[in-house]
Design a binder for this molecule. Structure first.
Ligand SMILES: [Zn+2]
Length: 138
């Protein structure tokens, strides 16, 4: 199979296997970044040589700007792997990144929702409960 066909296959695979919704951004150099999940769980960067899988993480640069700081979990040189091995490895990396991300979620002690760490107000209380109970939460 030639490389352009495999590249298209990888895009189709990522769009079907990543947690929805999948946001796809194309860079000027032809590479593509996929940010998947709401809140975001997995970030994948696909170039003409490699596919990089990261666990999503973010830091607040200002009260209104969440800057992505993905944590890389694996890099595959996709041209060097046979098809079955490539997709098995990619499936495992995506699963690992999702599990790592979800393990960082906290359960809010007010609403009981599993909440991403960047949306927690402080230990044990999510941001929306903190807003509702403002003044009551210490
Ligand atoms: Zn809450």
């Amino acid at each position: 199979m030639d490389a352009p066909e495999r590249f298209d296959q990888l895009i189709a695979f990522l769009e079907s296997q990543l947690p929805a919704p999948v946001d796809r951004q194309e860079a000027a150099d032809g590479s593509m970044q996929f940010t998947a999940g709401d809140p975001a769980q997995v970030v994948v960067v696909l170039t003409d040589q490699s596919v990089v899988v990261s666990e999503f993480a973010g830091v607040w640069e200002s009260p209104f700007t969440l800057a992505p700081r993905p944590r890389r979990v694996g890099v595959l040189k996709w041209r060097r792997l046979p098809e079955t091995s490539l997709f098995n490895a990619l499936t495992a990396l995506i699963k690992g990144a999702r599990e790592a991300r979800q393990s960082r979620f906290h359960t809010c002690r007010y609403c009981g929702n599993r909440t991403a760490p960047e949306w927690m107000h402080d230990d044990g209380v999510c941001q929306s409960c903190a807003d509702q109970h403002s003044g009551a939460v210490h």
